[in-house]
Design a protein around this ligand. Sequence first.
Ligand SMILES: Cc1ncc(COP(=O)(O)O)c(C=O)c1O
Length: 327
Amino acid sequence: MEEIADEQPPPPPLNTPLLKNTELSDTLDFSKIFFKFEGNGPTGTQKDRISYAHVMNARDLGFSKIAVATCGNYGASLSYYANKARLSTYVLIPKDYSNSRSREIESYGSNVLLMPGKYEDSVEFLHRNAKSLGWYDASPGSEYSSLDLRAYSNIAKEIVEQLGHAPAYVAVPVGNGTTFAGIYLGFKKMQLNGDIDILPRMIASSTSSGNPIISSFSAGLRDLIELPPEAIIESYVNEPLVSYRSYDGQLALNGLYDTNGIAVPVSDHNMIRYAQIIRERIGINVLPASASALAAVSMGLSRMDKEEECVVVLTGRDNNGNSHSTF
Ligand SMILES: Cc1ncc(COP(=O)(O)O)c(C=O)c1O
């Protein structure tokens, strides 16, 4: 049944929990790990932060229709907030994607449009056509995308408030690189303002099946190079991260260089394995894509100082997991 809509969408989940881990030291040999858990918002991923910002902006600009291209998580989140604000919503999902949350998206009253081609083809379709259709385009790379960076920069602010200072390392999964870039820019701004003493070294995790941020950084390139579309291989596990274009990839790449960062490709197998470790040892269900950040820390350990603090951003909960989050 369709939800009864409010006029005013609820605010996004701010101050998501920062959990100190004490259970992984034998597995990881890293004593000061913290988890920033983004999964406790209404739709369970960091996308709740940007969905709220876009829905409010669309309303302020007088739009009655909003659209997004998505692998599923952003579509569910935008639909939730747009429904509360009584906006008509169009969610474009590549028809071959498997992890699309389509039913949930439709339960918020959104129109799901299954699109030919890859994720980037759906994004480009909206970039070209949203204006003539009278739709607000909430996709990455749209004219409104600076809102994303501002919303995600709050994650950096919260980490500093919750910890009392900046950690030495922050690990974030990258798809388009928007979340990573927003967090990096949040820290950068605090450093420039003199609010923190150190700029954390940023660790980017992504799929080993294709992401230009990881491949460009690994090749030592300063300018992001797109991958050939046919080179990327989508799977149920890697869909949030696999990409041949990465709309905020250049910003993320700049952040990696500026912070002397580390970029780590992670296999589906390892994402699932680390999600399982987090479920069994920490007691929270996370999406394998978000567990890639912990896998990256584990795989990057030889390049890190194990005595320092590391914050791992867990971008989303997994509602299909076997046990339930305690948060
Ligand atoms: C759960 C989850 N983690 C990470 C990402 C990657 O975020 P970004 O595209 O901002 O790099 C996504 C994107 O869809 C996601 O859904």
